[in-house]
Write a protein that binds this ligand. Structure first.
Ligand SMILES: [Fe+2]
Length: 251
């Protein structure tokens, strides 16, 4: 079985047995995929007690948890986990069965090919990105707090790696080419530019990642594309599905 869901932001209540009783029939060879903003690796420098508890709790679940990155992940920490090959693509293990699916990879699970590409631009940064070592940090923060303007702090609540590198995008193109531009499922955090435009009616500006995903949307044959980021549950069309707390079975 493969289930899929949207942003968690470090809050995994939806996976408890009462809300998700289907897990009773699952084993570690069954999967739950999170479309980014996993949030289980978020705290500065090292696992907080809460994180250790949550990650161990997920590890104790009968299924294997998979996630692509969102924009709300601590990339300083995430990037330190060793990389290994798993089911055809590159992963990082946060726990033996809590696994980060890296960008631009194609995994084969239950006979289905899944292309993964995490990341997204943060929307909630209207007030800008503050630097902790800025001598005016306190003053700037106070002004933003006073004006209720959303901002983020570099290496504390924002990381430039929320957007992919050229290498990650190239690796994705190469892997898709090796698979004749055909997969069963695409799992991302944000949507392709045209899909995001439809969703936000002009609210969401295109960026290098949504443009890259647009290229993939135009050139790759896929059955379904699942994404999160926009905090809603909605079928944009027959193929592209926005998920938040909803969990659906895809295999
Ligand atoms: Fe989110």
């Amino acid at each position: 079985m493969i289930y899929i869901t949207g942003d968690c932001h470090g809050e995994f209540r939806r996976f408890n047995t009462r809300i998700f009783p289907e897990q009773n029939g699952m084993t570690k060879d069954d999967y739950v995929i999170i479309c980014g903003d996993f949030g289980g690796v978020w705290n500065k420098d090292e696992e907080s007690k809460m994180e250790t508890h949550n990650l161990d709790w997920l590890e104790d679940k009968p299924f294997t948890t998979l996630f692509v990155s969102g924009n709300h992940e601590n990339f300083d920490r995430l990037n330190k986990y060793p990389i290994e090959k798993w089911h055809g693509g590159k992963i990082q293990r946060i726990r033996p069965s809590v696994i980060h699916l890296m960008r631009g990879q194609i995994f084969e699970l239950e006979g289905k090919k899944i292309f993964s590409f995490g990341g997204a631009s943060s929307h909630d940064i209207d007030g800008g990105i503050l630097e902790l070592d800025d001598p005016n940090f306190k003053r700037k923060k106070k002004n933003l707090d006073k004006g209720w303007r959303p901002y983020r702090i570099n290496h504390l609540s924002w990381w430039k790696e929320e957007l992919p590198s050229e290498e990650e995008m190239e690796e994705g193109r190469r892997n898709l080419m090796d698979n004749n531009h055909k997969v069963d499922f695409i799992v991302t955090h944000c949507a392709a530019s045209s899909t995001a435009a439809l969703l936000g009616q002009g609210l969401y500006k295109p960026d290098l990642l949504t443009d890259y995903l647009e290229e993939i949307r135009q050139t790759v044959k896929f059955k379904k594309w699942f994404f999160g980021h926009y905090h809603d549950n909605r079928n944009v069309n027959a193929e592209e599905i926005l998920l938040w707390e909803q969990m659906i079975r895809i295999s």
